[in-house]
Design a protein around this ligand. Structure first.
Ligand SMILES: NC(=O)c1ccc[n+]([C@@H]2O[C@H](COP(=O)([O-])OP(=O)(O)OC[C@H]3O[C@@H](n4cnc5c(N)ncnc54)[C@H](OP(=O)(O)O)[C@@H]3O)[C@@H](O)[C@H]2O)c1
Length: 271
């Protein structure tokens, strides 16, 4: 897939039933790609699939947990069996948490790593031979906290940073196969009303987002552009770009500001 034409391309979007993944699935379908969305909960996948298909797009879904190697293997095999190719893999499935490390259960820490990092590794490993055949694209959805660790989300930031290392190694290795590997650092984005994250103890918490957020549609457009233009790295929003420069040029000042302001965020306070 050496051009930006997505017509008839087979694109797998993990976590495609909700949020940013759902908006990305809609956009890919509008470009006439064959879209496959995955996730753990069938209801959201079914709803998104019906919506896309009702609007003339082509979408299918597979229920599966990215942390399960068996689920990933089953999904990739089924997609290939049906469509005989895989062109795009967007590793979007992810889940955040709030809580200081000192309050965080180890089981929750490892779960966040499994969802946000190991899940992307699983899907990438199993889809890679087919993506090499199509000279396709692999995109990782990271976060601005994958650039600099922020308080209250240590496992999430760790997982997103791990995606950076993994994507860089992979990019260097598969360049010879003409495979595109991209990573996109997403900033604060509007949420579905019922979006859930974990507490430090592993309980589910419904998240509210303030008004200064990117739209899901806007982020989805950037994800699609990253695939079409085969972009290696994208930092979202002007604020994200400025923060990234600050972290590089003024690391100590950045650390001070993060300690001073981010620690004040209510959600990060230790109980
Ligand atoms: N929203 C933001 O402010 C923001 C900022 C930076 C980065 N991001 C990143 O953007 C991506 C999408 O976030 P979002 O805001 O759209 O979140 P979301 O609305 O909660 O969607 C997350 C998606 O991931 C799926 N998922 C979660 N755990 C999974 C698992 N173990 N296996 C398979 N699928 C799983 C969910 O489906 P099920 O629950 O049905 O499994 C859901 O479809 C994530 O990688 C997130 O880290 C978001």
């Amino acid at each position: 897939m050496q051009n930006n034409n997505l017509v008839n391309k087979v694109a797998i979007i993990t976590g495609g039933g909700k949020g940013i993944g759902r908006e990305t699935a809609k956009l890919f379908a509008m470009q006439k790609a064959q879209v496959i969305i995955t996730g753990r909960g069938e209801a959201a996948l079914k709803e998104t699939t019906s919506l896309i298909n009702a609007q003339g797009g082509r979408c299918e879904y597979f229920v599966g947990d990215v942390t399960s190697e068996d689920d990933c293997r089953r999904i990739i095999a089924a997609v290939f069996e049906k469509h005989q190719r895989i062109d795009v893999l967007i590793n979007n499935a992810g889940m955040s948490m709030r809580g200081l490390f000192e309050d965080t259960d180890l089981a929750l820490f490892h779960k966040i790593i499994a969802i946000n990092f190991s899940g992307a590794v699983n899907m990438t490993k199993l889809a890679l031979p087919k993506i090499i055949e199509s000279q396709g694209s692999i995109l990782f959805v990271s976060s601005l906290s994958g650039l600099k660790g922020l308080p209250g989300i240590a496992p999430y930031a760790t997982a997103k940073m791990a995606l950076t290392g993994f994507s860089e190694s992979l990019r260097a290795e598969v360049h010879r196969h003409h495979v595109h590997v991209g990573i996109i650092y997403v900033g604060f984005t509007e949420n579905d009303e019922n979006k859930q994250i974990y507490t430090a103890k592993g309980e589910l918490l419904t998240l509210k987002r303030d008004k200064n957020s990117d739209t899901q549609k806007g982020v989805a457009r950037k994800l699609m552009r990253a695939v079409q233009k085969r972009r290696q790295v994208m930092y979202l929003t002007a604020a994200g770009k400025i923060a990234n420069l600050m972290y590089r040029i003024f690391p100590r000042l950045s650390g001070y500001l993060i300690r001073k302001y981010a620690m004040k965020n209510k959600g990060y306070k230790s109980k």
